[in-house]
Ligand binder design. Sequence first.
Ligand SMILES: Nc1ncnc2c1ncn2[C@@H]1O[C@H](COP(=O)(O)OP(=O)(O)OP(=O)(O)O)[C@@H](O)[C@H]1O
Length: 585
Amino acid sequence: MRHILHRCHYHYTAIAQSPSTYDVLCIPKANIYRFGDPNSAQPVLRDVNWTVREGESWAVVGSGASEKTALLETLLGNMRISPPPPGGPFPSLSLKQSRPINESVFLVSFAHRQPAFSGGAFYDYTARYGVVREEDRVTLRQSMFPEESGLVRDSIKSFIVPNNFSAYHEHEQQDPTSQKEEKARRFEELIDKLELGDLLDLPLVALSNGQTRRARIVKALLEQPDILLLDEPLTGLDFKTRPRLLSLLHSLHASNNPRIIMGLRLQDPIPEWITHIALVQGGRVKTGDRSMMLNELDHAHIRETARSAASVVHTSNSNSEVLVDMQNVNVRYHERHVLKDINWTIRSGDRWHLQGANGSGKTTLLSVLTGDHPQSYTQRAPTSALTLFGIPRVAHATVQLRSRIGVVSPELYNAWPRARNMTVWEAIATGFDGGSSPWTRRARRGRRNWHARDGGELNEGERKWRADRVWEVLRGLGPHTWDGTAQGEATLVEEFARLSFAEIPAGVQSMVLLMRALVGRPPLVLLDEVWAGMDEGMVRAARAYLREGGAVVVVSHWEDEVPWGVDDGVKRFKLENGVGTVTMA
Ligand SMILES: Nc1ncnc2c1ncn2[C@@H]1O[C@H](COP(=O)(O)OP(=O)(O)OP(=O)(O)O)[C@@H](O)[C@H]1O
C-alpha cells in the first residue's frame, strides 16, 4: 500500500484553521523501539506513518495482541519513537502541553488481563465465593471516590488533586465544590448508561467479569483523560451490553470528552462509527479510511475454517456416562439469590455452550461444579443434590476434583504465579494435578519428581506417560500450529517449551493455560472466556484441537467462538435471572 507521508500540525499552529484539521496524534514516518533499545536494535514497529486528525474515529486492529498493544503503548509514551515527533517525544500534539501524558492519555486493556497482585505466589481467587475478607471489602462506589471514602489516608490527601477538572478546563476554573458535583453528576450518568447502579455497594471482588470491565471503563472516564485507549473493550461483554457501550463511546468521542481509540482483533466486527483503521501486522502499520482498510482487513483476515473441518469424533448419547448431575442447586449471598434450583446433567462427550448475560451466574455455576464454591458442600438431600463422577460432591477431596476437571478462566489467568522461574513445559505439566507446581517439595531441593494425586511421588511408567503427554499437547497446540503451516515443528516446540512462562505475551500465556487444562486428559474441561488476548491463528488451532476429546463446557458471549456447530450436537445451557434452561442447537 502506498503511504502518504503526513506532516504533523501542532495545536497552536492549527488553531487558526478549522477545528477539523487539528492533529490529535502524529507519528511521522518513524520506527518504534522499546525504551533502552538502541536504533541498531530490531524495532518493535517499523516505518510507522500515522496521523489522527480531530473528528476522525480510529480503531487499531491487530492480528497479534502484542503488536497491537505496542502501538497503543506508544500512544501512552511507553515506547521510544525514532525520529521523535516534532515538538517532543510523545505523539499527542493537540493536547494541552501543560498536562503530563499520564494524565491525558489512559489505556484500559481487556486483552492483557491484570497479572496477579500476589508478588508471584498463586493467590486463592476462590476467596470471592466465600465470606469476603476485610481487605476485600472495598465497594464499587468507594473505589470510584477513594479520596472521599476513607480509603486514602489523611496524610496523603493533600497530594491528590481531587480530579483533573481544573487542569483540564483551565479557562473554566471551577471551584472544588462544583468539581465534585460535576464528577458526581458524570458518575451517575455513566453508572446509569452502563447499568451498574444495583452493584454500587457490593465489594469489588463480588463483581462478575463483565461487571468489573464496565466499572473499569467508568473509573477511567472519571479521570477525564483527553484520549482513552480501550483495548478489546467488547471482550467478555454480553450481547445486550455491547451496543450500549459502543453507543456511549460514540457519543463521548463525538464530544471529545474524551476522544476514544479502540483496539480490536482481526476477527472483531468494526463498529459502524469508526471512520479510520490502523492495521498492525508483521511489525508494520497500515493506516487509512474505513472503506480502503476494510479491503485490507478482508485480505488479512483468514476466515475461520475449523467449523467446516472434519466432523467431530466424539459425541455423547443418552447412555454416555453421567459426569455431573445437579438437582435443584442453589447459591445465595444474603438476599442475592444467584442460582435458583438449577438442574443440569453433563455426560461424557457432551459439548455445552454455557450462556447468560454478565452477572447471570455462569462463573458461580462453574465454581460449584469444580467444588471451589463453599456452597457446593451444601447441595445435599433432601432439597438438592450435586453428584460429580458418580459420587456426591461432599465425598470428594477438592484437590482430586482438580485433576479430573481441566479449567481455563479469567480468574485462573489472573491468579497464575508469574514471578517464579517456571518454564512453559512446567506450566503445562501442572495440569495433571491442577496445582501451580508439577514437582514435589523434595524435588525442589534437588531431586525432581512429579507430584502424585495422593501427595506422594510417581513411578517410572507414570512419569514417562506424563512427560510424553506434555510433548504431545505441545505438538498439538504449539506455535507451529498457529500460522497454519506446521513448519519447523520439532525445533519450535522445543524452544517454546523452554521459554519462561512469565515472559511470553499474554495471549500465548492463555494458550499455555489451555494446554495445561487438556494435558491430563480430564473427562471434563471448562473453558471460560478462553480466547481473550489470543490472536486468530491461536484461536483457529485451539478450536480445531478441541473438536476431539472429553466433555467440554465453553463460556462465551459470542456464538461464533464456540468450537462446534449444530452438526456436532452442541447443547446450550442458558442462565437468566438465576434460572437455567437447556436448549439444543
Ligand atoms: N460475594 C458476593 N456477594 C454478593 N454477590 C455476589 C458475590 N459474588 C458474586 N456475586 C454476584 O453474583 C452474580 C453472578 O456472578 P458471576 O461471576 O457468576 O457472573 P457471570 O455470569 O460469570 O458474569 P460475566 O459474564 O460477567 O463473567 C453477579 O451479579 C455478582 O455480582
